[in-house]
Design a protein around this ligand. Structure first.
Ligand code: SAM
Length: 216
């Protein structure tokens, strides 16, 4: 059973304070973090630690990202209530649930079948309704494009051109790019049909993006 007690809510408030002190300024992002019960997305073995600002294993060799990283990427994405958003790397479903606080129009894709199925169950239990897909998200979701925002939650070797093509004009892609040890957070904005600007932010360490445009 999913129980979100006063104790959990109190721990979430403390976590939000920590993330704020580390530099996250967007009130809508901090509010979303305060609303989503992170412990619902945890394996039993780690559930007591759900409100630490750390990444934790979710099975299949994958992780639920650190709350600061989730907040950082979400802040860069600057989600508007009318945005259609694609998340690549559903994982536990936590980041997707944060995005759903900001817009109802969220698509998410996961490569790993057991994780996809687990996240589906979690969304049902929480009465959340993203459009969730199983497949290679390094290719985006061409049948459902264009997207106003695309968020990649695994480390990519390159910026996949196929994702850039799936942005609206004015749309933005947030993606960590680098080698498997460290990645730079990038934000690419589509200014015109073939015109893009790229901004560089801090370094992070993500699990690898797999698939045709990811690590082989
Ligand atoms: N957003 C997740 C969450 O909130 O729990 C955390 C994501 S975890 C750091 C990265 C995820 O990306 C893993 O679940 C992994 O299986 C997935 N992944 C890796 N390559 C992928 C691909 N090509 N398409 C879709 N998902 C991929």
């Amino acid at each position: 059973m999913l129980i979100d007690s006063y104790k959990h809510k109190g721990m979430r408030k403390s976590l939000v304070r920590i993330v704020h002190e580390k530099g996250i300024r967007s009130m809508k992002v901090l509010k979303a973090l305060e609303q989503v019960p992170r412990h619902f997305f945890f394996e039993k073995a780690f559930v007591e630690q759900a409100y630490q600002d750390k990444a934790f294993p979710i099975g299949e060799g994958q992780t639920i990202s650190q709350p600061y990283t989730v907040a950082y990427q979400t802040e860069l994405l600057d989600v508007k209530p009318t945005d259609k958003v694609l998340e690549i790397g559903t994982g536990s479903g936590y980041q997707c649930s944060i995005l759903l606080q900001l817009t109802p129009n969220v698509y998410t894709i996961e490569y790993n079948k057991p994780l996809y199925l687990k996240a589906q169950r979690q969304f049902q239990l929480m009465d959340l309704h993203p459009q969730a897909f199983l497949g290679d998200g390094s290719e985006g979701l061409p049948d459902h494009a264009p997207f106003d925002k695309i968020l990649v939650t695994a480390g990519a070797p390159i910026i996949p051109k196929t994702l850039l093509k799936q942005l609206t004009i004015g749309g933005m892609l947030v993606i960590p790019v680098g080698d498997t040890a460290v990645q730079k957070m990038l934000r690419v904005t589509r200014l015109g049909q073939e015109e893009f600007t790229k901004e560089e932010f801090d370094n992070f360490k993500f699990v690898p993006l797999l698939g045709s445009q990811g690590w082989k």
